[in-house]
Design a protein around this ligand. Structure first.
Ligand SMILES: [Zn+2]
Ligand SMILES: [Zn+2]
Ligand SMILES: [Zn+2]
Length: 255
């Protein structure tokens, strides 16, 4: 299984428009963070997690030519508003793309992007062709031969869809992980987790909160994502425990 970090940045991306801080001015490519997303490839199955406003750029950069399904963690703009870019993957696949999420997120996607689902023009006629597939909290779901275990996370009051896939887990946009989800994370070897900045935030884990969770789960390796311009990649890397690293755009994890 191959996991590519398409984006590792918070909702603004890094650099932040108009900001002249050291990280935003840095020439280190690892300090350039597009909005958070990953791409998973296993055998013949190609899965995108979230469609960020940077999706077109991310897909070109990583030479992605196939998406068999999309998993939506939630519907904040930084995870959803690249949805129209899926159109080209319908052309490439010559068929519809299923989109998986919790019911409230699918409802919100249909409301916000009603033109995609209004049935007024034939599929393929200038808009994405997407098939909503509801994920239920305690029911693993299958895409191709891959079995995903849904993990409910809380992002303030919002229920976010995290997941476990074999020994890997993806936990973005959260500041609380309920006990039932922690239970399902037992034995995970590699995980990617939200760590927004040094100071606390009402809906995201801060760095120290993320490290506390990592210590409980105790994976072989944990990577941080959804990072703001608070973090300089090299400086942060030196501050972290041995099994924790900041992720970066284009990073590949082979499992
Ligand atoms: Zn986000
Ligand atoms: Zn900045
Ligand atoms: Zn969010």
């Amino acid at each position: 299984m191959r996991i590519t970090v398409l984006g590792s940045g918070t909702s603004t991306g890094v650099p932040v428009i108009g900001c002249s801080c050291e990280v935003c001015r840095s020439e280190n490519p690892k300090n350039k963070r597009t909005r958070s997303s990953i791409y998973i490839v296993e055998d013949e199955t190609h899965i995108l997690v979230d469609t960020t406003p940077d999706l077109r750029f991310q897909a070109l950069r990583e030479r992605i030519t196939r998406i068999d399904a999309v998993i939506y963690t939630h519907t904040h703009a930084d995870h959803l508003h690249g949805i129209d870019e899926l159109r080209i993957f319908n052309f490439l696949k010559m068929g519809p793309i299923p989109i998986y999420s919790y019911r409230e997120h699918l409802e919100e996607i249909k409301r916000r992007f009603s033109y995609i689902f209004d049935g007024k023009s034939a599929p393929g006629g200038g808009k994405p062709w997407l098939i909503p597939e509801e994920v239920k909290e305690n029911e693993p779901f299958k895409i191709g031969r891959l079995v995903f275990i849904p993990l409910t996370l809380y992002h303030g009051n919002m229920r976010v869809l995290g997941f476990r896939l074999k020994d890997f887990a993806y936990l973005t946009d959260c500041n609380r992980i309920p006990d039932e989800s922690m239970e399902k994370l037992r034995g995970v070897r590699v995980l990617i987790i939200d760590a927004l900045r040094y100071s606390p935030h009402p809906t995201h884990f801060s760095l120290s909160e993320a490290i506390e969770i990592i210590n409980v789960i105790s994976p072989e390796k944990a990577y941080l994502t959804h990072m703001s311009h608070d973090f300089d990649h090299e400086k942060l890397k030196n501050e972290l425990p041995d099994n924790v690293e900041p992720s970066y755009d284009g990073m590949v994890i082979e499992l």
